[in-house]
Design a binder for this molecule. Structure first.
Ligand code: B12
Ligand code: SF4
Ligand code: SF4
Length: 228
């Protein structure tokens, strides 16, 4: 099936109108490197494209997790917004007869890897997806669809990082190094240092994002945009 440029452009336009800041398309064939449970076809037979969407976290409050231990209810502010936008994209494609499935946050397919596979930007030394405009300060979601959208070229190396090591130098858990990312060190630090907003709500560590010059640049340019 030929990939449809016009449909891809229409979807990008629609996504921009509803406040999605980053959108890209990955080819499911690129997911062979992952275990079966992390591949698009596991969630939808006939998956033809993975749509990756991201929203810029202009205010850290959007990163709040709220959990009620008594009922088990749990919400992430920006993730809930992303999920609702994902439903609107799904409806848009269904109107022209393409079925889609919104990926669960976890488990499912890997989001930052999907963004890199969609050609939206690299994974940096901070172990996160870096977008050109917002640095790593974006939260992501994915939709798997049978729609034939035009996919991007996977990005495997970070042209942003070069000699920089700001995220490595500033990580309070020493979880980042030139050898890679230490998940256990990061997780333990996070659990011991949650920024509590209330009995129910907290914010996780975001230092490896905030210290990245590309995040700072995006903050600056966004502010300029508001006040110009
Ligand atoms: C589990 C999880 C965690 C765990 C464990 C993290 C981990 N990476 O293993 C904990 C709780 C510790 C955690 C912490 C954080 N997380 Co987290 N986490 C996830 C989750 C659910 C899965 C991550 C995962 O397993 N990825 C897959 C594995 C394979 O990746 P990895 O081993 O980390 O990295 C390898 C690959 O990326 C690969 N690689 C490198 N370059 C390339 C290029 C290509 C093309 C490919 C294919 C692969 C590749 O090499 C890396 C090293 O081996 C995702 C959501 C999702 N469903 O994807 C969010 C997610 C990755 N987290 C996110 C964030 C923001 C954070 C935190 C900043 C905390 C916070 N404020 O929310 C920290 C940052 C830690 C860090 N520096 O990586 C965001 C990242 C957004 C972005 N811009 O990239 C995500 C995408 C969720 C979201 N809401 O958007 N997280
Ligand atoms: S989230 Fe915090 S502890 Fe984890 S890697 Fe980033 S800076 Fe280090
Ligand atoms: S702080 Fe520097 S090394 Fe770390 S992700 Fe950003 S550009 Fe790359």
């Amino acid at each position: 099936m030929e990939r449809n440029q016009k449909l891809t452009e229409d979807l990008i336009k629609f996504s921009n109108q509803m406040g999605i800041d980053v959108i890209g398309f990955a080819n499911p064939k690129e997911y062979k490197r992952f275990k079966e449970e992390n591949r698009p076809e596991t969630y939808m037979k006939g998956a033809y494209t993975v749509i990756v969407i991201g929203i810029y976290l202009y205010d850290i409050i959007l990163d709040a997790w709220s959990q009620d231990q008594t009922t088990g209810k749990s919400f992430h502010y920006l993730d809930s917004i992303l999920e609702s936008r994902a439903h609107r994209l799904k409806d848009f494609l269904l109107k022209i007869s393409y079925k889609s499935k919104i990926m669960p946050y976890t488990p499912g397919i890997f989001l930052k890897d999907s963004a890199a596979l969609a050609g939206l930007g690299p994974i940096g030394k901070n172990n996160l997806f870096i977008s050109k405009k917002f640095g790593s300060q974006v939260r992501l979601r994915a939709i798997v669809t049978e729609a034939p959208l035009v996919t991007g070229i996977p990005i495997k190396e970070s042209k942003f990082c070069k000699e920089c090591d700001m995220c490595i130098a500033n990580c309070p858990a020493k979880a980042l190094s030139s050898e890679g990312y230490n998940k256990q060190a990061c997780l333990s630090y996070n659990l011991a240092n949650l920024r509590k907003l209330s009995d129910y709500t907290s914010i996780w560590c975001n230092i490896c994002i905030e210290t990245c010059p590309y995040t700072k640049k995006s903050h600056e340019s966004n502010l300029k945009g508001y006040f110009d």
